[in-house]
Design a protein around this ligand. Structure first.
Ligand code: AMP
Ligand code: TRP
Length: 336
């Protein structure tokens, strides 16, 4: 029996701009993990095409997301960074998982219901089986630690169910127990226009999100226009309950400044949002503009980004190939 070691895997879709939600909920945490664990980070272009994508935009976003990850602090010397479609073993394992997962399990996935909306019959089959591909992403590397935002919890439970059923049906203990790592102050950043919706790349309103590509003026404007209520800021965290927009802005402030919410509320207690928003804009710009600058610089040299992704894919395949070979043997595929 070989000794099992911890391995980190996470993924991000190149389906538009990186948002402050991606940064606080996921990317920032990845940066800390790459030094601690063997880590793989994947730009999941195969997941992106589960909804329609313009091919040129998809290529651009794949590079831009990779640039954003490097700019935010992922170092290709410390982690394996690649795009999913360059490692065909993801699709191979996903097929096996399509035959392990049950239709009833997928029917419970809330993200499918949200994304498919009212026109379920018109959604792609890929969108429906999206969680099986996600399980394959992780388990292809026998990864056991998966740092994500809160919205991915249900998908990771499905990943655990798939691993368990495969182990029960075929090979006890083959796939590891996957543990979600939901870290930091802001595990669910909400839309700036509506505190009951998460901040998302795909929201039609630009004012709902801060993008990592936004310049200082745009960030300041979006924060100034962010929806709030008409009550003054409370002195304690409990006073934010039932005020989702205010709570979201205070959470973002805390996450970006490294200060506690209590400390921030202590400073602004009893005031309206004007000064608070001005300061939040300053904190946001100070934190994000170096990342944006570096991302723009990296995007001038797409060859470098392509080389990083290609090299990452080669490294990923050296881990993936023996695993998929074992899976094929386990399920009974004949490869003489
Ligand atoms: P996606 O953009 O859907 O590919 O998400 C990539 C990562 O960012 C996942 O770990 C998500 O959980 C995380 N994420 C996306 N949006 C948010 C948000 N609004 N708040 C916190 N985390 C988020
Ligand atoms: N479904 C994730 C999201 O939309 C992206 C993703 C794909 C992922 N594969 C993954 C996240 C594997 C973690 C692990 O955010």
């Amino acid at each position: 029996m070989t000794e099992k070691k911890d391995r980190v895997f996470s993924g991000i879709q190149p389906s538009g701009n990186l948002t402050l939600g991606n940064y606080l909920g996921a990317i920032r945490n990845w940066v800390g993990l790459q030094k601690q664990y063997e880590s793989l980070f994947c730009v999941v272009d195969m997941h992106a095409i589960t909804v329609s994508q313009n091919p040129d935009d998809l290529r651009h976003s794949t590079r831009e997301v990779a640039a954003g990850l490097i700019a935010a602090g992922l170092d290709p010397k410390d982690c394996i960074l690649f795009n999913q479609s360059q490692v065909p073993e993801h699709a191979e394992l996903a097929w096996v998982f399509n035959c392990v997962a049950r239709i009833g399990w997928l029917n419970r996935m809330t993200q499918f219901k949200e994304k498919a909306g009212k026109h379920k019959e018109n959604a792609s089959v890929g969108l429906y089986i999206y969680p099986n591909l996600m399980a394959a992403d992780i388990l292809l590397y026998l990864a056991n630690k998966v740092p994500v935002g809160e919205d991915q919890k249900q998908h990771l439970e499905l990943t655990r169910d798939i691993a368990q059923k495969f182990n029960n049906d075929f090979a006890p203990d083959f796939f590891p127990d996957v543990e979600p790592l939901i870290m930091g102050e802001a595990t669910r950043v909400m839309s700036l226009r509506d505190g009951s919706n998460k901040m998302s790349k795909s929201d039609p309103s630009e004012y709902s999100r801060i993008n990592l590509t936004d310049d200082a003026d745009t960030i300041a404007k979006k924060i100034r226009k962010a929806r709030t209520d008409s009550d003054p800021l409370p002195g304690e965290e409990a006073g934010l309950e039932g005020r989702p927009e205010a709570k979201n802005l205070v959470t973002i402030f805390a996450a970006l400044s490294g200060r506690s919410k209590a400390d921030i509320l202590g400073q602004y207690e009893g005031q309206g949002f004007a000064d608070f928003k001005k300061d939040l804009a300053d904190v946001s710009v100070a934190h994000l503009s170096p990342i944006t600058g570096e991302m723009n610089r990296l995007m001038q040299d797409t060859q470098y980004i392509d080389d990083v992704l290609k090299d990452g894919a080669l490294q990923a395949r050296t881990i993936a190939q023996p695993v998929i070979k074992r899976v094929h043997e386990i399920v009974g595929f004949l490869h003489p």
